[in-house]
Ligand binder design. Structure first.
Ligand code: HEM
Length: 307
C-alpha cells in the first residue's frame, strides 16, 4: 500500500476525531479527583470505541482471506485499517487514563504498542521497497516464478558451457529434448553453438572456460557459495570476467558475455528475494501479536465489566 493523496480524507477525519476526543478528555482528566479510570462512563466510551476500531483493524485479516466476498474495495479496507488503528491507539490511552494498571493491562499496552509500531514499519517498508526494487532490479520477476526462472537459467548455463566443452553431448541432449517435445531455449542454443562449429575450438581454451564455470559460475548460480561469493559483488564480478576474457579466444567471448549476464541476473534475483522477504517479514510479528491483542482485550473487557 502506498500512502498518497487519496489518503487525505482518512487522515483529515481521523485527525478531527482525535481533536474532539482530546478536547473531551482534557477537562475530564483535570476534573477527576482520583485520576480518570477506564470504568467511568467516559472511560468506558473511549474503551468501547477504541476496541471497536481495533476489531475493525483485525477484520482486515478476514477480508484478506475472503477476496471474493463483496465487502468493499481492498484498498479502502487497507486505508481504514491503517488510519483507524492509529486513531485507536490514543483512544485506548484515554480509556486507561494514561495508567498502566495491572499485569494484564501492561501486557495489553505492550502488545498494542508493538502491533502499532510494526504496522508503521510495514507502511514505511511498503513505501520504500517497491521503489528500491524498481531501481535495483530492472529484471524484476514475479516472485512466485522465481524458482522456475532460476531453474531455467541454471539449465541454460549448463548447456551453454557443455556446447563449448563437450559439443557432442550438448547436441545429444538437444536432440533428446526434441523427441516428443520442443527443446528448451537453452538446449536449442547449445545445439546452434554445436552446429556453428565451436567444436573446432582448441580444447585447452574450452577447458579453461569449463573450469571457470565449474569453480565460479556454477556454484554461484546453484547457491553453493553464500553472499561472500565474488560473483555476488558487481565490481568483483566485472574483474573476474575481464580476467577470464584474457584467457579465452575472442570466439568464446559471446559465451563469456552470456555467463556474465546470467550472473548479473542471479544477483538481481537475490536482491529481489531479499527485498520481498523484508516486505513481508514484519507481518510475522504484526499478525500473530494482533490476534493475541484482540483476544486478550476481549478477556480484559469481560473481566473488567464482571468484577
Ligand atoms: C489493533 C491494531 C491492529 C490490528 C488488530 C491489526 C491486524 C492486522 C492483520 C490481522 C493484518 C493481516 C491482514 C492479512 O492477513 O493480510 C494486518 C496487516 C497490516 N497492517 Fe495491521 N493491525 C493493527 C494495526 C495496524 C497499524 C497501526 C498499522 C499502520 C500504521 C497497520 C498496518 C498494516 C499493514 C500495512 C498491513 C499489511 C496489509 C497488506 O499489505 O496486505 N496495522 N494488520
Amino acid at each position: 500500500m502506498i500512502v498518497d493523496r487519496t489518503h487525505r480524507r482518512w487522515v483529515a477525519v481521523c485527525l478531527a476525531a482525535l481533536v474532539v476526543a482530546t478536547a473531551v478528555y482534557v477537562p475530564y482528566h483535570l476534573r477527576s479527583l482520583n485520576g480518570p479510570t477506564g470504568g467511568s462512563w467516559l472511560g468506558l466510551l473511549y474503551g468501547f470505541v477504541g476496541y471497536g476500531l481495533m476489531l475493525f483493524a483485525g477484520a482486515l485479516g478476514v477480508r484478506a482471506r475472503r477476496p471474493t466476498w463483496r465487502l468493499g474495495r481492498a484498498e479502502t479496507w487497507l486505508k481504514g485499517h491503517v488510519w483507524l488503528a492509529l486513531l485507536a491507539y490514543p483512544l485506548i490511552y484515554f480509556h486507561a487514563g494514561f495508567a498502566f494498571g495491572g499485569p494484564l493491562t501492561v501486557v495489553l499496552m505492550a502488545l498494542f504498542t508493538i502491533v502499532t509500531l510494526s504496522g508503521i514499519l510495514g507502511v514505511v517498508l511498503q513505501q520504500i521497497l517497491p521503489r528500491v526494487m524498481t531501481d535495483r532490479v530492472p529484471l524484476e520477476t514475479i516472485f512466485e516464478q522465481l524458482d522456475h526462472v532460476l531453474e531455467q537459467m541454471r539449465g541454460e548455463a549448463d548447456h551453454l558451457v557443455m556446447a563449448v566443452s563437450d559439443p557432442e553431448q550438448a547436441a545429444a541432449v538437444a536432440a533428446t529434448a526434441t523427441v516428443g517435445q520442443r527443446p528448451p531455449p537453452s538446449a536449442r542454443r547449445a545445439q546452434v553453438r554445436a552446429e556453428i562449429g565451436v567444436a573446432a575450438l582448441p580444447t585447452e581454451e574450452a577447458q579453461a572456460l569449463k573450469e571457470f564455470y565449474d569453480n565460479e559460475v556454477r556454484p554461484y548460480l546453484y547457491d553453493k557459495l553464500g553472499r561472500a561469493a565474488s560473483l555476488n559483488n558487481p565490481a568483483k564480478s566485472a574483474v573476474v570476467f575481464a580476467q577470464l576474457r584474457t584467457r579465452v579466444p575472442a570466439s568464446l567471448y559471446h559465451v563469456v558475455d552470456d555467463l556474465e549476464a546470467m550472473c548479473d541476473e542471479r544477483r538481481q534475483l537475490r536482491v529481489q528475494a531479499r527485498l520481498h522477504h523484508w516486505l513481508h517479514a514484519w507481518l510475522l510479528l504484526h499478525v500473530p501479536l494482533s490476534v493475541a491483542l484482540l483476544l486478550l482485550s476481549a478477556a480484559h473487557a469481560v473481566l473488567a465489566l464482571r468484577y
